[in-house]
Write a protein that binds this ligand. Sequence first.
Ligand SMILES: Cc1cc2nc3c(=O)[nH]c(=O)nc-3n(C[C@H](O)[C@H](O)[C@H](O)COP(=O)(O)OP(=O)(O)OC[C@H]3O[C@@H](n4cnc5c(N)ncnc54)[C@H](O)[C@@H]3O)c2cc1C
Length: 399
Amino acid sequence: MPVRATKRGDERTPLEGRHDVLICGASFAGLAVARELAGSGADVMVVDRYEIGERQTSACGIPTDWLRATGLMAAERQRFYSLLIHTPHGTTRFRLPWSFSTFDYRELCKLLWRDCDARFETAKVNGRTSAGDSGEISVETDRGVLTAPLVVDALGWRRMLAAGDGYQPPDAPLSRGLEVHPSGGGEEMEIWIDRRYVPAGYGWSFPARDEVRIGIGSFDPRFHVRETTELLASDLGRDRVRYQGNWIPHKLRTATEGGVFFVGDSAGHCLPLTAEGIRTALHFGVVLGRELRAVIEGGSTRERAAAAYSEFNDSHEWKFRWMLRVQRLIPRVPPRLLAPLLRLCGRRRFVEWSFGHYLRIAPPPEGAPRSASDQQRADEEQDQAEQPLGGQRDLVEAE
Ligand SMILES: Cc1cc2nc3c(=O)[nH]c(=O)nc-3n(C[C@H](O)[C@H](O)[C@H](O)COP(=O)(O)OP(=O)(O)OC[C@H]3O[C@@H](n4cnc5c(N)ncnc54)[C@H](O)[C@@H]3O)c2cc1C
């Protein structure tokens, strides 16, 4: 059983006060914003209902370059240079033009937090209180009201600090995902596009050194994924233990509303089709953090930061729309055609072109700090990446 670190009972003392920046949500998006504010001199308060890193929110897979560029390589657990895609009519191996890593959630959050100089408190956010004349925003938590002129909602798909609550499953553009985390190892990063598991969506198995993250994601929020998550785990001979699941937004939303800044899943920053939402949460979090820092340092105002961040957010809209189109298209492809289609898409030049574009939707930030151990690791990886995969450089039909 994990140790519960979150304050309970008498330890939950009243929490009230004013801060320069209030960041609600201490996962990928919230911590990325807080990290960008370190050293700015701002009084930054971060709140989350759980202790930092206490509750894993995903399978924790990310392009390796993102870990490297953000100085987070120490959290890496396993690396993959190819992806196996299974369909009922065949399995195809894609050799990836860039590697993908799984990481340890707790460790990654710890590393992000290590670079912050903010305060942290566990508190459950209930919503906004009505806005005052001062332009300050007040947020009600289960421990009291917190106020700040700059408020960030990094609370996930519920978008708690928005006006109104017209975004509820199953009618909202949300996918659903559930996974189990059995102990044990594995060599391959694998995906299943198979209606036996999910009519519209996919299954996955992501090894992470000493555990495997096996799950099902359904683009249709009405499809319940528990039974088929268990089916996939049992087909793979793995234990059905340590469940983790959530709704996953698959549509970009407005980045600001009523003076609040939204980032990560609360702004719909998770990519449609792949449900990759970690690097996008970090990507938008870094940009938002830099905008807020400019306000703190006097070079910008909240309104200018809101305009710039919204513009940046909206410039991604067509990319998200295209990904959503493909998400809707794939379930319509007859299963018999999927395997030959994947083989076609697996040609080296197409893989490099498509995966290159995909990475550039949220490219690793440039100029981020790199520690000496990260540098050494990078050199070793380069050597490894240059070795041919099983003697084949192109796509191979695996089994
Ligand atoms: C099963 C599954 C597997 C996934 N696998 C991957 C993957 O391998 N790679 C990938 O890129 N993406 C993956 N995703 C998507 C990814 O998890 C999200 O897009 C990502 O976590 C978004 O980050 P975030 O910081 O915006 O929100 P979250 O990570 O959801 O964090 C929100 C934070 O807000 C806190 N919070 C929520 N409500 C309150 C409240 N009322 N009061 C106080 N605190 C609150 C939560 O405790 C949490 O810490 C997966 C999703 C699921 C469901």
